[in-house]
Design a protein around this ligand. Structure first.
Ligand code: ATP
Ligand code: MG
Length: 256
């Protein structure tokens, strides 16, 4: 059965897009049919998978959300077999304002997914760095949420607000939404702060923290500029090994 997972944290630059791209690629490599949904007007998941901005100018998530193009027609193939994407660009900025007076506006993405009758094993949503309309739509459309947390000072700042939003969505809009877990990202073994943050998060959130920890790895930061996932760019890098192990953890544990 199809599982919808969103990657969310309103804090910017914590590794949401890197996680969304590389988890999707690793799931596809494990022969799971996967759809990556770029739900961020920055379009980083789109360019990070090698989709050119010009190509999606008139055909992206925005056009499907406003009902101008059928959802199936905005899905593109990526260079990875079994991985498709719904691309985005800055068009998505306008969607919140356009939907302001619409009924059930928080359910737009969920409805869009219902109208995609392709038997994906996973739909992975990359959220923008905010708790606004697009993130709420993603949470409403999801079975569970992965929260990437950067192993740096202030990592926990704002986490309470995010977890409150998750609770609000659970109570009012999507009772079956679950917290899949917190994913520690950009862990630097040589940095004492990384160790301290990781310990603190594990102490506080216990089994809600994934066993896999994503290391800080320069190959991970290079790969999007080549439009490639880490397993295409450098399969032997520590980043690739970590994201493949994260995909195995997702597939193995009952949390998602
Ligand atoms: P935004 O909130 O702007 O959408 P984000 O949470 O999606 O950001 P990313 O874009 O994934 O974060 O990562 C932020 C920056 O850090 C990017 O330049 C990315 O390449 C880099 N980065 C992410 N994860 C790692 C890592 N494990 N090691 C090294 N660099 C990383
Ligand atoms: Mg991002």
């Amino acid at each position: 059965m199809r599982k919808v997972i969103c990657v969310a944290n309103q804090k910017g630059g914590v590794g949401k897009t890197t996680t969304a791209i590389n988890l999707s690629a690793s799931l596809a490599a494990a022969e799971k049919r996967t759809l990556l949904v770029d739900c961020d007007p920055q379009g980083n998941a789109t360019s990070g998978t090698g989709i050119e901005k010009e190509r999606v100018q008139h055909c992206n998530l925005y056009h499907a959300l406003i009902g101008q193009i059928p959802p199936l027609d905005v899905i593109l193939k990526t260079s990875i077999p079994l991985l498709d994407i719904i691309p985005s660009n800055q068009d998505l900025i306008g969607v919140e304002v356009e939907f302001v007076s619409l009924k059930e506006r928080e359910k737009k993405l969920k409805t869009l997914f219902k109208n995609i009758d392709i038997d994906y094993d996973f739909i992975i949503i990359d959220c923008p760095p905010s708790l606004g309309f697009l993130t709420v739509n993603s949470l409403v459309a999801s079975d569970c949420v992965i929260v990437p947390l950067q192993c740096e000072y202030f990592a926990l700042e704002g986490l309470g607000q995010l977890l409150n939003t998750v609770k609000l969505v659970q109570s009012r809009l999507n009772p079956s939404l679950a917290l899949a877990g917190i994913l520690l990202t950009m862990f630097d073994t040589r940095n004492r702060i990384s160790h301290r943050v990781a310990e603190e998060v594990k102490q506080y959130f216990g089994s809600n923290v994934f066993n896999t920890v994503i290391p800080r790895n320069v190959r991970l930061s290079e790969s999007p500029s080549h439009g490639l996932s880490i397993i295409q760019y450098d399969i032997n890098s520590r980043g690739a090994v970590a994201y493949m192990s994260f995909a195995r953890e997702i597939l193995a544990n009952g949390r998602v």
